[in-house]
Write a protein that binds this ligand. Sequence first.
Ligand code: PBG
Length: 332
Amino acid sequence: MLQPAPFPAARPRRLRQAPWMRAMVAETVLTPADFIWPCFVIDGTDRAEPVASMPGVERLTVDRLVAKAAEARALGIPAVAIFPYTDPAQKTPGAEEAWNPENLVCRATRAVKAEVPGIGVMLDVALDPYNSDGHDGLVRDGEVINDETLLALERQTLAQAEAGADILGPSDMMDGRVGVMRRALEEHEFQNVTIMTYAAKYASAFYGPFRDAVGSGGALKGDKKTYQMDPANTEEALREVAIDLAEGADMVMVKPGMPYLDICQRVASEFRVPTFAYQVSGEYAMLRAAMQNGWLDPRVGMMESLMAFKRAGCSGILTYFALEAAQALKSG
Ligand code: PBG
């Protein structure tokens, strides 16, 4: 007996048939408001220095940085994260430059806040740019010491808040840092300064190019495994997030990004607080190298790598592609 022609009971391809249809059913969108632009500042005027291991990324003098921040703002990027390249002569075992109100990052913050209305400034709270040992904390007898580091981080916090930073990002992974920062901010009438904590920050090979960009790589003695997390762990990341939230963090971050998308997803879904991912320097370098070799479509590859974070549940992404990606979104 003749049967009717078999046909698929479901045809998911119907919803993929045209750009307008795909746009209509897209579950995730990427907008310039999703990006925070990490940038590097150097002393001097009207100068830019390429970062060899991060093609397309430059260290900028404050005046150039202000101009770029204005560009970022015009593209709809809500915030910049400023990192200083510190002259080796200013690095000491006590990292005192970290709370010098006239240090490079404080000067850059004041300039951006004064000249680019409507953009947020985020600064790292950690001693590595200023520490002659290259570590995020103070070192004694070869060990990174927690509680004395907290006192230094408190001074750094206040200097940066005083300079006008809107978001402080403790990236040092010392125990108790968020609580110390929050208390110091409250006591000095900086109630509105937000803390985006690098809560789940892993001891990663993917920070290599960043250490080159800020000039801390050569200084680093040993590794950061006694304070940054073991890449083997997930449950510990959730505990870190819980601690930082209890201590007064407003937003949390997972770092690196792409190799830790599982962590992004679990943090975002279990805590339901604004969760950010840092697509770090090594991820950028890796993608850019493939793009430059013609092995990866620059635009499609960039957008796909960023969309992944939104799909995982992140509120936003710190990415060196921020300006390029915002421009690509604008041009459609
Ligand atoms: C410093 C800091 C690092 C990064 C951001 N803040 C490096 C590190 O912990 O060694 C890495 C960012 C990147 O790789 O893009 N505490």
